[in-house]
Design a protein around this ligand. Structure first.
Ligand code: ATP
Length: 296
């Protein structure tokens, strides 16, 4: 019996490892296939980064030719500042992040980084300079440490530990039996939405790109988790050009500039207090979310 058990057990192990490798591969291919839809121009040169200023100028874009999502959208994100985009669900906020990362090209208008049209420079140089905290972070079937270091193979242990600390993951990790070697992903420890976001923030800190885009998750977080994410976001925003695609307005009250996207265009722009005083779209969104918070 035992003679039969050992090979079966071994086969089970091999099966699990193959499944794991395939899941990782699927995740990777998912990311890569999306990324390869756009080609470099034949004469594309690398982006020459100066300060990390981002500009959307009169951008027109839609996913289908008969339905424009952005209709002359303009936004300036000065180097080192934190700018937030808010608006109703489906307004096109996340689309801005996809366009900046060049998953798609604009129909008309231009997106510039430090005055250079992103269609005229190499995609790899654009992506090197932008780090995204996505709405839904993909975790690989690997340790937390490897998930944080993903995309930064040259990072030192000290750099990884620092990113973990700045993303406020250290307390969470310290409470786990295997610490940062704890396996996560589909076959490992299930982590909460807030913890996933902090793993994504740690990745971003490690990548240390000058431009950071937070594409906030739509799902509500408990206030402790939201507080930890806010602190981690502030650490990032302190020394990067930051664009926040905001679903929860409470995370952007400290932004240098908040723009309200409606009907494919910017309809209001200013700081939190000024927009509340204006008592129009932003004030409505704010009141609606405050009500939801109280009821939820
Ligand atoms: P939410 O707050 O709900 O995340 P959003 O403002 O970020 O919304 P986007 O994700 O930018 O909105 O989507 C804008 C519009 O484009 C929506 O109507 C959406 O259904 C549509 N859309 C988004 N992605 C695609 C896609 N890949 N193909 C076709 N339509 C899409």
């Amino acid at each position: 019996m035992i003679q039969l058990f050992i090979p079966l057990n071994f086969l089970g192990f091999v099966y699990r490892e193959i499944r794991r490798a395939l899941t990782d591969l699927e995740n990777m291919l998912g990311l890569l296939s999306r990324a390869s839809a756009i080609q470099d121009a034949p004469d594309a040169a690398p982006l020459v980064l100066q300060t990390g200023r981002v500009e959307f100028k009169q951008v027109m874009f839609g996913y289908h030719p008969d339905r424009a999502i952005l209709k002359g959208f303009s936004l300036s994100v000065p180097a080192g500042s934190k700018v937030a985009v808010v608006g109703a669900s489906g307004a096109g906020k996340s689309t801005l992040a996809r366009l900046l990362y060049r998953f798609y090209d604009v129909w008309d208008g231009v997106i510039e980084i430090d005055g250079q049209d992103i269609r005229k420079v190499t995609q790899s140089s654009v992506r090197q300079n932008i780090a995204i905290v996505p709405q839904d972070t993909v975790l690989f079937n690997a340790s937390i440490r490897d998930n944080v270091a993903y995309g930064c193979p040259t990072a030192t242990e000290a750099e990884i530990a620092e990113a973990i600390r700045m993303a406020q993951l250290d307390g969470f990790i310290a409470a786990l039996p295997d610490g940062d070697q704890t396996m996560v992903g589909e076959r490992g420890l299930k982590v909460s939405g807030g913890e996933k976001q902090r793993i994504a923030i740690a990745r971003v800190l490690l990548k240390n790109a000058p431009i950071v885009v937070f594409d906030e998750a739509t799902s509500a977080l408990d206030s402790k988790s939201e507080g930890a994410i806010l602190d981690a976001m502030r650490t990032v925003a302190a020394n990067h050009t930051t664009l926040v695609i905001a679903h929860r307005l409470s995370t952007v009250t400290d932004a240098d500039q908040i723009v309200v996207l409606d009907g494919g265009q910017v309809v209001e722009q200013g700081r939190h207090e000024a927009l509340l005083k204006l008592n129009r779209r932003y004030a409505q969104l704010w009141a609606m979310q405050q009500r939801e918070r109280l009821e939820g």
